[in-house]
Structures are given as C-alpha cells and as structure tokens.
Design a protein around this ligand. Structure first.
Ligand code: AMP
Length: 211
C-alpha cells in the first residue's frame, strides 16, 4: 500500500517520511529532493527547475509527473510520497500512473500546522550538504554537530527566504489544499496535528498506518 504524506512547507513531511522509511521500510520519495538533485547535476533542465523553485512556484504537472514516473518505476516495495501531488490534476494523474504500475494510494495523511508556525519554522531552517552531495535537514534527527563531523556544509535553502516562504504558503493554500478535499471525498484521508514534538507526530502516524 502506497502512502501520500501532505502538509504545508515545514510541516515535517520530510522528517516523518524518513523515519517511516527507517522503521516501516517504505521507500521515501520527496519530489523536492528529486528536483534539487537535478539542479545539483548542473543540467539544462536543472537550471530551468532552479529558477522556478527559487521563486517558490510549482513545476508544471506534466513535467513533474514524467520525472516522478521514472523514479517510481524503479521501486519494488511500498512508497511514501512527500511533496506530490500538489495540485488536483497531479492527484488524478497519480492515480492513473500508479494503476498502470499495479499500485494504488492506500492512505493520505496530512500533517497540519498553523501558518504562523510554518513561517517561524522555515525562517529558522538550515540544511547540511554532505561531501557525497546528499542534503540533510538540520534538526532532531541530524544535528549541526553530525553535519560538521561528516564534513558537511551548512546552508539555507533559497526558497526558505521570507518572500519565498509567504509565496509558497499562498501556493499551498490555493493549489494544494483542494487536493485534501479530493482525497477526503475518496475516503482515504487522515489528519495529524503537526504542532507537537516529532516523536509525538511519528507515534500518531504509525498508529494511523497500522489501523
Ligand atoms: P519541497 O522540498 O517539497 O518543499 O519542494 C520544493 C519545491 O520543489 C517546491 O516549492 C516546488 O517548486 C518544487 N516541487 C516539489 N514537488 C513538486 C510538485 N509535486 N509539483 C510541482 N513542483 C514541485
């Protein structure tokens, strides 16, 4: 059973999806990470993607789906999608694509968080780029000391700058919130309060998944 984890930027989707990958053996796919890897490769496509991401806008549905399709096709077990779908069109495309691969979205879980907490979290957020190129978020699961010990470099995502954050939040409310209704109507939707410790959010997630 595949899972979609939703929530505003900074709600903790990536952190929780990584924990689920470690403890319940899902494969975590973050479309944001996939795009950032393409940017890091220095390709022409990566340059176009960077301009869109840095502004806080969305990559087109068709382009995003074709990128995602290549990633999903190589995976055997259950997946946890983080950052996709972000529009109702993407949600419809996802159902079709997964059906073609003999898969389906079993559960959709939204981690909720008030806007003012999102803004506070994102303006304090830092990342660590490891010598391998892998990017980790500094937080409870990967500290600043872990980053330094592994020879990483600390940086702030361009799209975590205050102007981008406000724009990303409005994109979330306008374009992504209708996706929640899409799944609510389909009866596969659950909500979890993200304004608690990562451990508490994780425990709730696991009980929803095991229910
Ligand atoms: P994230 O790491 O999930 O916050 O994603 C960072 C940025 O990548 C977003 O603000 C978008 O510009 C882009 N992005 C990630 N996922 C998608 C998607 N499903 N559709 C369109 N753009 C996306």
């Amino acid at each position: 059973m595949d899972i979609v984890i939703m929530g505003a930027p900074g709600a903790g989707k990536g952190t929780q999806a990584e924990r689920l990958e470690k403890s319940l053996h899902y494969t975590h796919i973050s479309t944001g990470d996939v795009l950032r890897k393409e940017i890091a490769s220095g390709s022409e496509a990566g340059k176009k993607i960077a301009a869109i991401i840095d502004n806080g806008d969305l990559i087109s549905d068709e382009w995003m789906l074709s990128i995602l399709k290549q990633v999903v096709a190589g995976i055997k077990g259950s997946i946890i999608l983080d950052g996709f779908p972000r529009t109702v069109e993407q949600a419809e495309m996802l159902d079709k694509m997964l059906a073609e691969l003999g898969r389906k979205v079993g559960k959709v879980i939204e981690i909720t968080l008030p806007d003012e907490v999102v803004v506070a979290r994102l303006s304090a957020r830092k990342q660590c780029q490891l010598p391998s190129g892998e990017i980790k978020q500094i937080g409870p699961d990967f500290s600043l000391a872990d980053c330094q010990a592994q020879g990483g470099e600390v940086f702030v995502r361009k799209d975590d700058a205050p102007e981008s954050v406000m724009h990303r939040l409005s994109v979330y409310h306008k374009q992504t919130e209708p996706v929640l209704d899409f799944y609510r109507k389909a009866g596969r939707f659950e909500e979890i309060n993200g304004n608690q410790t990562p451990d508490a959010v994780f425990n709730e997630l696991v009980s929803v998944l095991k229910a």
